[in-house]
Design a protein around this ligand. Structure first.
Ligand code: GLC
Length: 475
């Protein structure tokens, strides 16, 4: 059953991705944005973090507040039976949120050693809890009602951005446009019925205007008081002008126009952060500078910049005892994504104490061991046809005539056959083949577009390689 649904999901995902590919990507006109996008595309591997008081209960981020009957919105625990009691208890988590082990330098060290080059942090998720010292609401980590507010590092967004900036990471602010705490989005006069605004903005324009101002002001705060920000990652794509929706879709008829005024937000944000990459997620057009396939790996390269966001565990939020992907699975994901020209944004959910599960550190350290040897085929690379053959995935260095062939192992240890044949167009002039991490001469021959590599007998079973055997092909 599980297998069948995984298969269905895959099928569904590939149709979704096809749709995404055909949607019109709009190249940003601003040359500073173009430049930053190119730099960002070279980074390949980033850290995503979903963190908020929901980690105290170890439940899904925000979604248990959403009155839609989906698998991921179910309420659990002692307050689950009644919606309003639950919402109150959820929002009351602020009074016990006290992550005293918070130490972003520890995260930077681990992320850096794994070869991650940028970070995206949930400054505010759909529940509306601000993980920064906003002046627009008291529902925030620095509220006097939150015990952590007396901690000198309570403005965690600032601390995280500073710590990662010091190590030259690109900095990204995840920010949810929908806000299920704001009375300007879920007006208490009406009950919420789904994820959307719960009143008609056209009928109550003053209230909607207040929501627009609130959003603009919060984003303004993030763009001014938090050092250099490179990416504004806006989630909650249902907050969009109705004109941007497919008028033939079933949703179109019942949807309200939720125009948040992106041109104004983006202009303000870019004035404060020149070259800022804006990701108005799933709202294709001028403000979706790259696309974000979620928990998916596209089969083919996309015709624009993109990033797959994928959880290291099963959940975006911290869940005690979550099942983490193995190092081998994570490296495979990275290689597959990079072979299609994308970036991998890998999520770790910090716990209520302010630290990660030790398993996450272990994974990052092993990825780092692999990256030290194989990273040269990852960074600053582009996709190259045929992208992969079986379990072998290709990349090409942007600046030199160098190809990389990553032969993925299905576990930590690498075993190699006697010969490997690669079919790459136009590489009849190969000068040298080497095996990364192995200081040995590697024999090869070429014949009509095929490159055959001979693996020395003793290396086939006994080598110190992990996860992949990576061949560097210079021509
Ligand atoms: C999913 C989740 C959302 C999360 C996002 C990250 O859409 O529902 O909570 O923030 O993935 O990409």
């Amino acid at each position: 059953m599980k297998k069948i649904s995984a298969l269905l999901l895959l099928l569904f995902a590939s149709t979704l991705l096809k749709a995404q590919e055909h949607e019109s990507y709009v190249k940003p006109a601003d040359t500073l944005v173009q430049k930053k996008l190119r730099q960002w595309q070279d980074l390949k591997f980033g850290l995503f973090m979903h963190w908020g008081p929901y980690s105290e209960w170890g439940v899904v981020e925000s979604w248990s507040l959403c009155p839609e009957d989906e698998g991921w919105t179910q309420r659990k625990g002692p307050y689950g039976a009644d919606y309003y009691t639950y919402k109150k208890a959820y929002e009351n988590l602020l009074t016990t949120f006290n992550p005293t082990n918070f130490n972003p330098e520890k995260w930077v060290k681990a992320a850096k050693s794994a070869g991650m080059k940028y970070v995206i942090f949930t400054t505010k998720h759909h529940d509306g809890f601000s993980m920064f010292d906003t002046k627009q609401t008291d529902y925030k980590i620095t509220s006097p009602r939150d015990p952590f507010s007396s901690n000198p590092r309570s403005n965690v967004t600032k601390e995280i951005f500073n710590a990662f900036s010091k190590e030259n990471f690109m900095i990204g602010a995840y920010f949810s446009k929908p806000d299920w705490h704001s009375e300007y989005y879920w007006w208490p006069y009406f009950p919420p019925t789904n994820r959307n605004v719960n009143y008609d903005p056209a009928k109550y324009p003053d209230r909607w205007q207040k929501f627009k101002d609130f959003t603009y002001n919060q984003i303004g705060e993030l763009m001014t008081g938090y050092g250099k920000v490179d990416i504004l990652w806006l989630d909650g794509g249902w907050v969009r002008p109705k004109s941007s929706m497919d008028s033939k879709s079933a949703e179109y008829k019942k949807a309200y126009d939720q125009n948040i005024d992106m041109p104004k937000i983006a202009a303000m944000a870019r004035e404060k952060q020149p070259g800022l990459i804006v990701v108005d997620r799933t709202v294709s057009g001028e403000y979706e500078n790259y696309t974000t396939p979620e928990q998916q790996v596209p089969n083919e390269p996309l015709d624009h910049p993109w990033e797959s966001c994928i959880t290291m565990g099963n959940s975006w939020s911290y869940v005690p005892g979550d099942h983490y992907k193995s190092t081998n699975q994570i490296v495979s994901l990275l290689v597959k994504i990079v072979s299609r020209g994308g970036n991998l944004l890998m999520n770790i959910g910090p716990g209520p104490d302010g630290d990660w599960d030790p398993v996450a550190y272990n994974r990052l350290s092993q990825i780092g061991d692999w990256m030290k040897i194989n990273g040269e085929g990852i960074y600053e690379s582009t996709a190259v046809a045929p992208y992969s053959e079986g379990n072998i995935f290709y990349t090409k260095n942007k600046k030199s005539n160098t190809l990389y062939a990553f032969s993925l192992s299905d576990n930590d240890k690498v075993k190699l056959p006697g010969t490997i044949t690669l079919h790459l167009k136009g590489i009849n002039k190969v000068k040298k083949v080497s095996l990364l991490g192995v200081d040995r001469k590697i024999k090869f021959s070429t014949n009509a577009g095929a490159l055959t590599i001979t693996i020395p007998a003793d290396l086939q079973q006994n080598n110190k390689l992990t996860q992949t055997a990576t061949f560097k092909i210079q021509y």
